[in-house]
Design a protein around this ligand. Structure first.
Ligand code: ARG
Length: 476
């Protein structure tokens, strides 16, 4: 058996340390469903091309069903001595069904198996992540819909810049997560391609029907065409699909991290723009008044971890000669942790932002609470409508650069007097430029400023409602 070494070729057993160092079973057992699916497809195909008898194939399918039950029931005994998920399952199969189990590996290598398993597993995870990204988008759109007319100071350099609709601000993240969905869909296409049939590295002399295996495993494109790795050396050795996934995942986390940063700032007493539900915050062991935004802070921190996994995976690949090298075993933990981190983070964010459905009414509740008055007061404090005054003067015939300078003077006087531009008397405003008339006050108001930005992609409520309608249709 393997416990005594690989084969007759080996003259001494592996040391315990080396066994532990080289084995992957305690993490790659997570791939068991994909491994069994691949084995089932391979066996079915081997029979259909005449390599396996009907009886052998039936025994294999039956044995794999029993192993499935054992694993699901937690009764399967994973053995370190058997190194990885592939050898553990194959050894148990042979124990259960005898020689037919030993025939399963005909025309196949663990190199093909592991590449296939990771692709199949990741395909399923990508689908889950796309679903969660849509949930986060939906939560953001839900909150946006309630807050179209709520005005927030839009910042650049974290300095008050111009008034924006709070909904508009949230919808910026809906766009980001929408591109994340597209990236995940794109990665999925290149992930869903079949390595099995490479037979370690060079192809095989058995008349394998790779297209059949691809079809059984659902490795087909939108038209139903089987997707098969076209070069056996490439098939078993590259993990670029995993690296791409990690890159897409890192971007998701960067978007989550930016949103987290804003939630944290908005929750600070000095802003007090929003509240998040208590169950996403923690207290302090010393300061009784504290409610800390631990969840967004952790999410911001976990973005570093996922970015790190991208660096780990891409570095893992860079020095490898063709074809398979054991280095690739190191792809799993970062990949698994990336998926786990993304899934948990997105699930929490969907609920923290949008709330969860009330058992009785079905209405979502417990999402973020918006303090519209605080946002509005903050927008009134930073001369957020100064650009509107400049634009007003341009419409009266001033060149923009001159208008900009004129308004800078006005802001300076307003700061000296401790008032907003809209609080200056018309006569005072007219000293800066005689063309200014009474209609300037609507222009200088937050409301007027917001509604004026009615171009495609702008923050005017009409535009924001159009964005919401577009997202609703896409998310339906
Ligand atoms: N546990 C290995 C991995 O994760 C499976 C493939 C091993 N192949 C080999 N020839 N050692 O990559």
């Amino acid at each position: 058996s393997k416990a005594q070494g690989w084969s007759a070729l080996f003259t001494e057993p592996m040391s315990d340390l080396v066994k532990r160092y080289t084995s992957s079973v305690f993490f790659d057992q997570r791939l068991w469903q994909a491994d069994i699916a691949g084995s089932r497809a391979h066996a079915q195909m081997l029979h259909s091309v005449g390599i396996l008898s009907a009886q052998d194939e039936a025994d294999i399918q039956h044995g794999l069903s029993q192993i499935t039950q054992e694993i699901e029931a937690g009764q399967f005994e994973w053995k370190l001595d058997l190194e990885d998920v592939h050898l553990n399952i194959e050894a148990r199969l042979t124990q259960l069904i005898g020689d037919a189990g030993k025939r399963l590996h005909t025309g196949r290598s663990r190199n093909d198996q592991v590449a296939t398993d990771v692709r199949l597993w990741l395909r399923g995870e990508i689908d889950g992540i796309i679903g969660l990204l849509r949930q986060v988008q939906t939560a953001l759109v839900d909150v946006a819909e309630q807050n179209v007319e709520v005005i927030l100071p839009g910042f650049t350099h974290l300095q008050v810049a111009q008034p924006v609709s709070f909904a508009h601000h949230l919808l910026a993240y809906v766009e980001m997560f929408g591109r994340d969905v597209q990236r995940m869909q794109d990665v999925r296409r290149r992930t869903n391609v079949l390595p099995l049939g490479s037979a370690a590295l060079a192809g095989t002399s058995y008349p394998l029907d790779r297209a059949q295996v691809a079809r059984i495993l659902g490795m087909v494109d939108a038209q139903g065409e089987p997707q098969i790795c076209q070069n056996s050396l490439d098939a078993v050795s590259d993990r670029d699909f995993a690296i791409e996934f990690a890159a897409a995942a890192a971007l998701v986390m960067v978007h989550v991290s930016r949103l987290s940063e804003e939630l944290i700032v908005w929750m600070s007493q000095n802003f007090a723009f929003i509240r998040i539900a208590d169950r996403f915050t923690t207290g302090s062991s010393i300061m009784p008044q504290k409610k800390n935004p631990d969840v967004p802070e952790l999410a911001r921190g976990k973005s570093g971890r996922v970015i790190g996994h991208l660096m780990g995976l891409i570095t893992l690949m860079k020095g490898q000669p063709l074809a398979y090298n054991k280095d690739n075993q190191e792809d799993k933990e970062p990949l698994f942790d990336t998926v786990d981190t993304l899934r948990d983070t997105l699930r929490i964010f969907a609920e923290m932002i949008g709330g969860q459905p009330n058992a009785q009414t079905g209405q979502k509740e417990g999402g973020i609470t918006v303090h519209a008055e605080a946002m509005q007061q903050a927008a009134l404090r930073g001369y957020a409508t100064a650009t509107d005054l400049a634009d007003y003067l341009v419409k009266k015939g001033l060149p923009f650069r001159d208008a900009h300078e004129t308004v800078a003077h006005a802001v300076r006087i307003a700061i000296e007097q401790g008032v907003d531009l809209s609080e200056l008397a018309l006569a005072d405003l007219q000293k800066f430029n005689p063309a200014i008339e009474a209609d300037v006050f609507e222009v200088l108001s937050l409301h007027g400023s917001l509604h004026a930005r009615n171009t495609l992609g702008g923050t005017a409520p009409a535009q924001v409602r159009a964005q919401i309608a577009r997202h609703r249709a896409a998310l339906a």
